[in-house]
Write a new protein. Structure first.
Length: 276
């Protein structure tokens, strides 16, 4: 089949309805059970109680510095469904730089009975950074064969690497009898996004120009230099049931203030169940 190439050199088209803080004082529902969260300027209210603190807006991402822990607030709107995610460090994180990813949503698309951001499965990386910490333990900055989300270490690749790509696929267990919405967007979490050490975002380089390839489609696009969710509209949809492999190549980067390694923290898609 002849390859279809689409070259886009404009800024990525975003659908971040709540990117200016308009999600404050609104109730969001936890995606897998009956629980809610409300974020205000002075507290986060969970079903278990309120945590006092201070809401902070930054160009890279919003944060809430609470009495117990620091949270990074991620948010976007995709196909009318509103997604809100809290990132924070707990004592149960398996990897050194992984964090707890707690996702909430508001399903407004009338065709969807449920919706959430699902991380892609990592199939392969061209290369990744490793380092040894002060305890002589090796840290691998790659999600390996795991989900490409913040439950794992981010992907970091050397600026000097000859090839800088990651291959991902929507591999997930599916329940028979349900219909799933096609994948129309890729959602990127660019840079080193870490609530426990938020300064790592600016210290490390971030992906700028990338090339996306799948099936007979190839196109270039420019990511914004933000650590919030940013969505890319695909030229043609991907069937979430076909395990389609998607190749993401880094062509250029935003320079870090301290390190030249290029970091991406996650890539997701809207996983929506269609109504009967």
């Amino acid at each position: 089949m002849k390859q279809k190439s689409i070259f886009i050199f404009l800024f990525v088209i975003l659908t971040n309805l709540f990117a200016d803080g308009n999600y404050l004082n609104q109730k969001f529902h936890y995606i897998s059970e009956y629980a809610t969260v409300i974020i205000s300027k002075d507290y986060i209210e969970f079903d278990t109680g309120k945590e006092k603190g201070q809401f902070l807006e930054f160009p890279k991402f919003d944060m809430f510095k609470g009495e117990k822990r620091n949270y990074i607030i991620l948010n976007c709107t995709i196909e009318e469904d509103f997604i809100l995610t809290l990132l924070y460090k707990t004592g149960k994180n398996f990897y050194r730089y992984s964090e707890w990813e707690e996702q909430y949503s508001k399903v407004s698309n009338k065709l969807h009975s449920s919706a959430a951001l699902q991380a892609f499965q990592t199939v392969k990386t061209s290369s990744y950074i490793t380092e040894t910490d002060k305890f002589n333990e090796e840290i691998e900055y790659t999600p390996h064969g795991s989900l490409f989300n913040r439950a794992n270490n981010p992907w970091a690749v050397s600026e000097t690497a000859k090839e800088k790509y990651i291959i991902i696929a929507p591999r997930k267990y599916r329940v028979e009898g349900f219909s799933y919405a096609p994948i129309n967007y890729l959602v990127f979490l660019n840079g080193f996004v870490c609530a426990d050490k938020d300064y790592l975002y600016e210290q490390n380089s971030r992906a700028r120009k990338i090339r996306i390839s799948y099936n007979d489609v190839t196109f270039d696009i420019e990511l914004q230099d933000i650590g919030n969710y940013q969505s890319i509209k695909l030229p043609s949809p991907i069937d979430p049931l076909l395990n389609t492999e998607i190749k993401i190549e880094i062509l250029d980067s935003y320079k870090g203030s301290k390190y030249s390694d290029i970091v991406i923290s996650g890539i997701y898609y809207l996983d929506a169940v269609l109504k009967d």
